[in-house]
Design a protein around this ligand. Structure first.
Ligand SMILES: [Zn+2]
Length: 271
């Protein structure tokens, strides 16, 4: 599943292609991609809309329209956008097709069909409730310290709660805790301020590092086959390294399960 840094790269690839384009027609071929709206209404809401910008909130991709509506897309497991010229045939699993005014089609393909789209004027709860963007100025150290002090949950749980700290999936949460030298089991409100500051910096570092590394991601909007994210394995410091020596101290990395997700950590470096 793509994490925030990968979605950021999809937005960067989409933006120059569709910003300033008008949607001539919108074809919803698989209804479950946009629940709660008929095929006709989907087309009606989007037809003749100018796309003023493409943005992101967490892992939601936002197409902002001149009409005041926003079309959001969550890629989930295998969702991807493909941009086609008028003479190219549709790729497999082409569930939504947007006809644009430059004779191109923006196609949403999704083999597993978990991707979701929604059209709204006012952000729905699941978007409005998201914590500040982790790399924005709103995600301040003060915000983070206060968020920790208000929770007795184990840090790993808190870091995965997107309404408190946005942008960390399981891998990045595990890596950030390792970088900061903090135990994933520690209660959030028991973390000292200096260590909380270290964790704050580690969160921003792992995400920034992933975004920078993502410049090598092959997000090719002209390619209708495969997934965006079939990339060579990234280097993780502790994630999926159970039993292997810690890169800092050589102690074997341990794996535990927290809320049904695997947590990897060094019992010596992370207290
Ligand atoms: Zn260690």
């Amino acid at each position: 599943m793509p994490e925030l840094p990968e979605v950021e790269h999809v937005v960067r690839a989409l933006s120059p292609l569709v910003t300033g384009r008008r949607i001539v027609a919108a074809e919803l071929n698989l209804k479950r991609i946009a629940p709660g709206i008929s095929r006709a209404a989907f087309d009606r809401r989007l037809r003749n809309s100018l796309i003023t910008s493409v943005g992101r909130r967490g892992k939601y991709i936002l197409f902002n329209l001149e009409s005041g509506h926003t079309l959001t897309t969550h890629l989930r497991m295998t969702g991807k956008f493909v941009s086609l010229t008028h003479d190219q045939s549709l790729p497999p699993y082409a569930h939504v097709v947007f006809y644009l005014d430059d004779d191109r089609r923006l196609v949403f393909c999704d083999m597993r069909q978990f991707g979701r789209m929604r059209i709204f004027t006012k952000p729905p709860k699941e978007i409005a409730a998201l914590a500040p963007e982790p790399l924005s100025d709103e995600f301040t150290e003060t915000y983070f310290l206060e968020t920790l002090s208000r929770s007795r949950r184990p840090l790993k749980h808190l870091l995965l709660d997107q309404t408190r700290v946005l942008g960390l999936g399981n891998i990045y949460a595990v890596e950030a805790l390792f970088l900061a030298g903090v135990s994933p089991k520690k209660a959030a409100n028991k973390l000292s301020k200096p260590r909380a500051r270290k964790l704050y910096q580690a969160i921003r570092d792992v995400l920034q590092e992933a975004i920078d590394a993502g410049s090598t991601l092959r997000i090719d909007l002209a390619d209708g086959n495969g997934s965006y994210f079939e990339t060579p394995e990234r280097f993780w410091r502790v994630y999926e390294h159970e039993g292997e020596p810690c890169v800092n101290c050589g102690t074997p990395i341990r794996r535990i399960v927290q809320s049904n997700r695997s947590t990897y950590f060094c019992p010596r470096c992370q207290r």
